[in-house]
Each structure stands twice: as C-alpha cells, then as structure tokens.
Design a protein around this ligand. Structure first.
Ligand code: ADP
Length: 402
C-alpha cells in the first residue's frame, strides 16, 4: 500500500471519529472542514443545505466573501446541478474550465481546483459540499476522499432535518466591502483590518467572534461611526457612510444606533430613569424611559442610583438606555465580559428578547458559547473574516454553558 493511501486512510479514520464524537451537524462540519484543510489542499469550503423552501442555502463557509444570502434552486448553478443529479462535479484543473457561476460567487478568490459533492442521507439529497484549493490541483484520490467525507459526515443529519431559517425577504441593512484599517504608532504601522466583506441583514443577530486583538472592535467602531476606515466602503440602509462628515456621523449615531459596551457608562449622579431620559431628550421619537426599563425587567429600580445596582442590573440599564432611541441597529461590544456566568446569562436573556422583538443586533465576543445564540457567527482571524456559520438552531441564552 502506498504512503499516500495510508495517509488517506488516516483522514477517513479521523472523519469517522469526528462523526462519532459530535452531537450536531454543525460540530461535524466545523471539524471535518478543519481536517480537510490540514490534510488535503482545501483552502475554502462551503456547505449548502436545503432550506424549508427547498432552496439551497449556504450555512457554513470558510471564505473571505460573505455569500450568506446566495440561494440556488434545484438545477441552478453547480450546487443546484449536483443537488439534482446527486453526483459530484469536479474541475480538478479549474483554469482549464473557468465556470462563470463559480467565478462570480467566489469573486476575488484564486481557484485552482474545485469539487462539489452531494450530501445525502436516508431521505435523499439534503445539500452539497463545495471545496476549493487555491494553490494545488486536487488529485483523483483526493477527490474521492472528499466525496467519501461528504457521505460519512452526513450520518449526523437527522431524518428530514431542514435548514430552519429562510432567507427570502431578508433586507440588507449594512454592506461592508473591502474595508481596511491600520493604526500608526510612530514608524510602526499595524494593519488591523485587511479587507473585510460582510453584509448584515435587518432583524438578524450577528456575532463577531475571534480572539482578542483580531480586529472585531475596530470593525464595530467603524460601523458605529466612532472610527474611520482607510479604504473600502460601508453602506448603511442605502446611504454611503464610508466617509461621513462630523455632523453626518453624529446624526447617524444619534438616530440609528444603540450602543452597549463592557463598561456601563451610567451617570453616577443621575438616577436610572434620569439616565434614560437624558438620551430620550436627544432623539425625535423616543421610547418612554419607563417602558424601556420594563423591557429589561427593571421598572421598579427607576428611582435608584447606579451605585445601588449590581453589575448585571447596571448593564440591563445600559441596554434600556440603548432601547430608548428605538435604534435600527444595536452594537454590543463584549457586553458580558465584566460579569459572572449567571449575571451574563441574565443580560444575554434581555438581549435575546430585544432582538426577538425585531432589532438588528451586532455583538462582539470572544466567547464561543455566546456565539451559539446568534443567527450568524462571523469568525475573525488576524484582521480578516475567516469563517461564517449560520446557526440553524440558535441556542437560548438560558441554555448556554461555560
Ligand atoms: P478585538 O476587538 O478583536 O480584541 P481590536 O479591534 O480591539 O481587537 O484591536 C485590534 C488591534 O488593533 C489590536 O492589536 C489593537 O492593539 C490595535 N488597536 C486598536 N485600536 C487602536 C488604536 N486606536 N491605536 C492603535 N492600535 C489600535
């Protein structure tokens, strides 16, 4: 048996182990793709599932582009054709084929080799897995392995399980294109954002996840008009906000955004209601301060001063303060980082209620468990979007454990 063969055998073994150990299909694919990246030449991967309208929708992608809103119907695009025929399509030497459909979807990405395999369980074909190499050509054995992986990984998909969310009618709120940002410190230039592409849709809860220092807060601050971008663009609700002037930036923050930070920033000499009234006075059609406090379960604390409240309660006041503006978008930067586990869950439950009532919520965290609450998780690595996962079944705040 050749060395290559033994290597492939190991890969299949690893995949098998992952399937046995994982509890959900998300876990399976997250791990499986890592093995493919480490052991074959896979650089980018997308996993497509049938949604509840029987359209194919990407629920997981490792790709610097945000393709979350792309939908294929049966027989449409390579993915749709693979889905319909239940057989793989490969362009081992992509240069020689240049399929327009793939080129437009993965615009800006170097594609050397491309494979798309059907994902099938006992009920039939449920989706497809696409893998791309940007450097080497897959060989026939590797192509077979990838096909085998799609077959094994699917063992975890329960019968008839369909992708829960439907993306039709989702309206874009923010379009972020090729955003770059660097900071200068004397002669030292640190490039913090290296070309971010991301769309945020109305009514969704997006988590920006990643290790400390990877640029999450910088992006949040740029979206929130608190920092500027060097190049690229940001469109907010149809308006170009890439380079707003001072007044545009202030108005934008005042009328559209609610902010929640790790520190609560409440005025110590004002009581809870007065802290909210202060913000209510700035906008045209505020939510009544007492109503906002009721939403976070603190109406009875209206007359208390911040120092009389616990950390979790103060953070709930800061959420109420954000709500008073009836913001189009709520930006939250590590809102529970200063809180213990139980208080964090209490605060996250309030945030969960808020977005379920229709707000769009963009939250930065380094906590992978908290990310499980979101509709979409955008993983950052070293100033770039590395991976986007759509949670088919977001967890409830009260079910998070860390
Ligand atoms: P994260 O939110 O992922 O922890 P940040 O966006 O806060 O990361 O920071 C990314 C990098 O940018 C870090 O290395 C940080 O030191 C640097 N940085 C952030 N803000 C500034 C600034 N105003 N001046 C210089 N460097 C900064």
């Amino acid at each position: 048996m050749s060395k290559e063969y033994i290597r492939y055998f190991k890969v299949i073994g690893e995949i098998n182990d992952i399937v046995n150990k994982s509890n959900t299909i998300e876990e399976v694919f997250n791990e499986v793709v890592k093995v493919l990246i480490d052991s074959l030449h896979v650089k980018y991967a997308t996993i497509w599932f049938k949604d509840k309208n029987d359209n194919l929708h990407p629920y997981y992608s490792i790709c610097p582009n945000d393709i979350s809103n792309k939908i294929y119907k049966e027989d449409e695009g390579i993915v749709g054709k693979v889905f319909k025929s239940n057989s793989s399509i490969s362009f081992i030497d992509f240069e020689a084929n240049k399929e327009e459909e793939i080129v437009s979807l993965y615009k800006g990405i170097d594609i050397k080799s491309y494979i798309c395999c059907p994902i099938e369980n006992s009920t039939g074909v449920v989706g497809a897995i696409e893998v791309i190499s940007d450097s080497k050509l897959f060989n026939e054995d590797e192509a077979n392995i990838i096909e085998m992986v799609a077959t094994i990984a699917v063992l975890k998909i329960e019968d008839n399980e369909k992708y829960q969310q439907s993306w039709e009618n989702k309206e874009k709120l923010i379009t972020i294109k090729d955003v770059c940002k660097s900071y200068k410190n004397g002669d030292l230039v640190t490039q913090v954002l290296k070309g971010i592409n991301l769309d945020v849709y109305k009514g969704e809860f997006v988590v920006l996840l990643g290790e400390s220092g990877c640029g999450k807060s910088t992006l949040l601050n740029i979206i929130g008009g608190m920092d500027s971008l060097d190049s690229g663009s940001i469109i907010f609700d149809g308006k170009d906000m890439s380079h707003p002037n001072e007044k545009e930036s202030t108005d934008f923050r005042r009328y559209n955004l609610g902010f929640i930070f790790q520190s609560y920033n409440l005025m110590p000499n004002l009581n809870v209601k007065e802290n909210l009234d202060l913000i209510a006075d700035l906008v045209n059609d505020p939510l009544d301060s007492l109503k906002a406090l009721e939403l976070v379960g603190l109406k009875d604390k209206a007359k208390n001063y911040p120092h009389m409240l616990s950390g979790g309660q103060q953070q709930r006041v800061s959420i109420a303060r954000a709500l008073v503006k009836k913001p189009i978008l709520i930006l939250a930067d590590e809102p529970t980082a200063a809180l213990d586990y139980e208080t964090s869950i209490e605060v996250l439950t309030v945030l969960e209620d808020v977005y379920k009532k229709g707000s769009t919520l963009l939250m930065v965290t380094h906590n992978e468990e908290i990310a499980k609450m979101a509709n979409r998780v955008v993983k950052f690595r070293n100033g770039k979007v590395y991976e986007i996962t759509i949670n088919r079944k977001p967890l409830k705040a009260k079910d998070l454990v860390w």
